[in-house]
Write a protein that binds this ligand. Structure first.
Ligand code: ATP
Ligand code: MG
Length: 227
């Protein structure tokens, strides 16, 4: 039950420039249907992160509009958007506080059991309880001694607990050990299930989870079909 959102997202003639006169996106069109997983691939600097930044409304289109369930997202509140849309970014952001608080973020009503269930589902539970203070470990401003892979798993646990209708993943390019890599792949698979998802994928294993692959090439767009 997703409450008041279906989860259909449309970019309609979206243009965007960080600096005036330097368009990164030029009349970009895309419809992602409710429940669909779309993978964005393409060269560095092609505009992939810009597309998801716009979807998250960290930035807004310079021209054109982004519609959610057919309604321009600017007609809704940012709080509404962010309670229906979850994201795991390339450099996962953890804030100072404990691991538990970081997973709870935005879901302060959740019980300890729910936190643990979310962590188990994304395979974060085992490494968390190996630490002396477990879920009460302070991550510190920069995430303490947690690796990038571990921080991503905590972000996945947060996303699972928040249960957003729309999920966005900007896959980390940094190398992690094969075991963590496998845990992250499994976490991705679980989080994508049943949601509308945008994934910026660098790994073939992630790309293969998509229903559609969108190749971004210097502002131009093409689709390829999964074999
Ligand atoms: P990568 O694969 O390296 O992550 P990307 O496809 O995600 O690349 P974007 O980050 O969307 O590419 O960048 C698209 C263009 O916009 C690039 O030319 C980049 O330099 C520029 N750009 C990105 N972020 C900013 C910003 N905050 N301010 C100014 N220009 C930016
Ligand atoms: Mg990027």
């Amino acid at each position: 039950n997703w409450g008041n959102i279906k989860g259909d997202i449309t970019f309609k003639n979206v243009s965007f420039a960080y600096k005036e006169g330097e368009k990164v996106l030029d009349s970009f069109n895309l419809n992602v249907k409710a429940g669909e997983t779309i993978a964005l691939v393409g060269e560095t600097g092609s505009g992939k992160s810009t597309i998801v930044n716009l979807a998250c409304r960290f930035y807004e289109p310079t021209e054109g509009e982004i519609l959610i369930d057919g309604v321009n997202y600017q007609e809704r509140s940012l709080l509404w958007l962010h309670s229906n849309l979850g994201y795991v970014l390339q450099t996962p952001h953890l804030f100072s506080g404990t691991i538990r608080e970081n997973i709870l973020y935005g879901r302060l009503d959740a019980t300890d059991e729910e936190v643990i269930r979310a962590a188990k589902l994304v395979n974060a539970h085992d490494f968390i309880i190996k630490m002396k203070k477990g879920y009460d470990t302070e991550v510190g401003e920069e995430g303490g001694r947690l690796s990038t892979g571990e921080k991503q798993l905590i972000s996945f646990a947060r996303a699972i607990l928040a249960n957003p209708r729309i999920f966005i993943l900007d896959e980390a390019t940094s190398s992690v050990d094969t075991e963590t890599e496998q845990l992250i792949q499994n976490a991705i698979r679980k989080v994508l299930k049943g949601r509308t998802s945008f994934i910026i994928a660098h790994r073939l294993s992630t790309i293969r989870m998509a229903d559609r692959i969108l190749v971004i090439n210097k502002g131009k767009v093409g689709f390829v079909n999964l074999i």
